[in-house]
Design a protein. Structure first.
Length: 94
């Protein structure tokens, strides 16, 4: 199941998401980094796809050929540095 990064409504998307497609609930661009399975805050360019070009505005539509819509059950949203720090502290806690 897919969901919008802004309003978190579940979306039934069967085919590839076009650059001009928007969320029917809030109107935000769907072909944006924040909805991509490769998006991860904190990695180089916030993208786990090493061949992807840099995208400055992660919440806006872009022309990235590597875009794959995030599947909410399989891939967690990007984490913040405080989340990462907390997980590291929990891991090495004595």
């Amino acid at each position: 199941m897919k969901k919008c990064h802004r309003c978190h409504h579940r979306l039934t998307i069967e085919s590839a998401v076009g650059r001009r497609e928007v969320c029917p609930f809030c109107g935000v661009d769907l072909h944006a980094c924040l909805n991509c399975r490769f998006y991860e805050l904190g990695v180089y360019n916030d993208c786990r796809e090493p061949s992807a070009e840099r995208v400055v505005h992660k919440d806006r539509a872009n022309f990235c050929d590597y875009f794959r819509f995030r599947d909410e059950e399989n891939v967690p949203m990007g984490t913040t540095s405080s989340d990462t720090r907390q997980r590291a502290e929990d891991l090495f806690k004595k």
